[in-house]
Design a protein around this ligand. Structure first.
Ligand SMILES: NC(=O)c1ccc[n+]([C@@H]2O[C@H](COP(=O)([O-])OP(=O)(O)OC[C@H]3O[C@@H](n4cnc5c(N)ncnc54)[C@H](O)[C@@H]3O)[C@@H](O)[C@H]2O)c1
Length: 400
C-alpha cells in the first residue's frame, strides 16, 4: 500500500529520507513534518509539498492521516519519540543509533514490543546494493565460514552541534559511526551468533570535546569470528566507507563512497559534491546516486514491504539494542584497557555455538595444513600428523 508518513526532523537525515521516499516513482509520501522551529517545518513542507507542518512532536505523530512515523531526530530524543508513537499506535522507523546506551535502547525496545507496534531500525548501510549482494553471496556459502569482518567509517566530523555534545549524542565517533560498522559486522558473521567480548582503543586526538574522535575495536563472537571496526571524526578528504569480509572459502572487499570509480576535476562552480566531501574544487570523487549508494531506497522498501506483509523488517529495534550493548562494552574496554564482556540481558540468538571447525582435508592419513603451487610449477603440501603434532612438507608429483 501507499504510506502517509510523519517525518520527525528536517536536518540532514530528514532530508535524505524524504528525498528517498520521493525518489524515482516512489509512492510513499511525507504527510506531516515536525521541526522544533515552525518556520523551518513550514519551509521544508513547502519544498516537498507536505500538507501539514508543526513544531509539536506529539501533533505530528498523532496526525490522523499518517500510519508510520520516521524518527530523524538527535539521539537523546529517540526514546520520547518512540513513546509518543506507542501512545498514538503508529508504526515507527527509527534512525541509527537506536539510543545513547544499551539501557536506553532496551527501554525503547520494550516500549515498542509491549505497545505492540511495528518497529524498524533504519540502519541504511546494511542495505547498500553492494552489501545486499555480498550478504546474499555469504549466505549461499560463497565465502565458507566467516572468520573476520572489518568495517571502516571515517570522515572529518559531524555537521551539527548536538553530535559533539556527549549528553545529547551519548558518545563520539563510536556511537555515531561505530553503530553502522557493528551492524555490518553482525550481518556478515550472522546475527544469531552472540557477540561475546570486546577490546577497544578510543581517544580524543584533535577536537576540543569530551567524547572520542577516533577508535578501533575488536569484537569476538561465540563461534570465534572476529569483527574489527575503525571509526574517525578526524579523517581528511571525504567520507570513507569500506568493508572487508574474510571466510574460509573466499574474500569480499567493498568500497561504498570514496573513489568508487567516479572521478571529476572542477575549478569549483558546481557546489555540493557528496556528503562530507571537504572540497568543491580540484579532483573530486562524486557519488552516482547518493541515497542509493547509502542504502536508503532498499531500506525503506524493506520497511514498508514488511509493514504490508505483517513481518519483521531485516533490521529491528532488537538489532539496535544489540548494537548499543556492543558500543557500551567498547567504552568499558577503552576505559579499562582490557577485554570486556558484551552484557546482554536479552539474547535471542543461538547459544552454545561450536567454534568454526577449519580445514578437515586429509592426505595419506595426515591433516592438510596448506596446499600451494610454487613459481616453478611444483605443488607443495604442508601436512600435520595429528598424533605426534609433527608438521612436514611434501611435493606432489615432483622430486623434492
Ligand atoms: N546514515 C544514517 O542513517 C544517518 C545519517 C545522519 C544522521 N543520522 C541520525 O539521524 C539523527 C539526526 O541526525 P541529523 O544528521 O539529521 O542531524 P541534524 O542536526 O542535521 O538534524 C537534526 C534535526 O533535529 C532537530 N533538533 C535538533 N535538536 C533538537 C532538539 N533539542 N529538540 C528538537 N529538535 C531538535 C533539528 O532542528 C533538525 O531538524 C541522529 O540520530 C543521527 O544519528 C543517521
Amino acid at each position: 500500500m501507499q504510506y502517509k508518513v510523519t517525518m520527525l526532523g528536517t536536518g540532514l537525515i530528514g532530508l535524505f529520507y524524504t528525498m528517498t521516499l520521493y525518489g524515482q516513482r516512489g509512492r510513499d509520501r511525507v504527510h506531516s513534518v515536525y521541526s522544533r522551529r515552525l518556520e523551518r517545518a513550514r519551509s521544508f513542507a513547502d519544498d516537498w509539498d507536505i500538507p501539514h507542518a508543526t513544531d509539536s512532536m506529539a501533533e505530528a505523530i498523532g496526525h490522523p492521516d499518517t500510519t508510520a512515523v520516521v524518527i530523524g531526530l538527535p539521539n537523546h530524543l529517540h526514546e520520547e519519540a518512540v513513546r509518543l508513537c506507542v501512545e498514538a499506535r503508529k508504526a515507527v522507523l527509527c534512525t541509527k543509533p537506536l539510543a545513547r546506551n544499551a539501557e536506553e535502547a532496551l527501554r525503547i525496545l520494550e516500549l515498542a514490543e509491549q505497545g505492540g507496534i511495528f518497529a524498524g531500525y533504519l540502519e541504511d548501510l546494511v542495505y547498500t546494493p553492494k552489501t545486499l549482494k555480498a550478504l546474499a553471496s555469504v549466505r549461499k556459502g560463497a565465502l565458507g565460514d566467516i572468520l573476520w569482518v572489518r568495517s571502516r567509517e571515517t570522515h572529518s566530523g559531524p555537521h551539527s552541534d548536538w553530535f559533539w555534545d556527549i549528553e545529547q549524542a551519548g558518545g563520539g565517533a563510536i556511537v555515531d559511526l561505530g553503530c553502522h560498522c557493528i551492524e555490518i559486522i553482525r550481518n556478515f558473521v550472522g546475527k544469531d551468533i552472540r557477540p561475546v567480548e570486546v577490546t577497544c582503543w578510543a581517544d580524543t586526538l584533535v577536537h576540543p570535546i569530551k567524547a572520542e574522535d577516533n577508535a578501533i575495536a575488536l569484537i569476538r563472537f561465540e563461534n570465534g569470528a572476529v569483527g574489527q571496526f575503525e571509526v574517525s571524526w578526524t579523517f581528511r578528504g571525504g567520507m570513507d566507507l569500506r568493508d572487508e569480509v574474510a571466510g574460509t572459502e573466499g574474500t569480499i572487499w567493498l568500497n561504498h563512497f570514496l573513489r568508487t570509480g567516479f572521478e571529476m576535476f572542477s575549478s569549483g562552480a558546481g557546489g555540493y559534491v557528496a556528503e562530507k566531501a571537504e572540497t568543491e574544487s580540484g579532483w573530486l570523487f562524486p557519488v552516482g546516486d547518493e541515497v542509493h549508494e547509502l542504502g536508503y531506497p532498499d531500506m525503506f522498501t524493506d520497511m514498508f514491504n514488511a509493514l504490508d506483509e505483517g513481518r519483521e523488517p531485516m533490521e529491528t529495534f532488537y538489532d539496535g539494542y544489540i548494537v548499543n550493548a556492543v558500543i557500551d562494552a567498547c567504552y568499558r574496554s577503552a576505559a579499562s584497557r582490557k577485554w570486556e564482556p558484551v552484557e546482554l540481558s536479552d539474547w535471542r540468538g543461538r547459544t552454545g555455538v561450536t567454534p568454526i571447525q577449519g580445514l578437515k582435508e586429509q592426505v595419506d592419513g595426515l591433516l592438510l595444513v596448506k596446499r600451494e603451487r610454487l613459481p616453478d610449477g611444483r605443488v607443495k603440501h604442508i601436512l600435520k600428523d595429528e598424533a605426534s603434532g609433527a608438521i612436514t612438507q611434501r611435493f606432489v608429483n615432483a622430486d623434492d
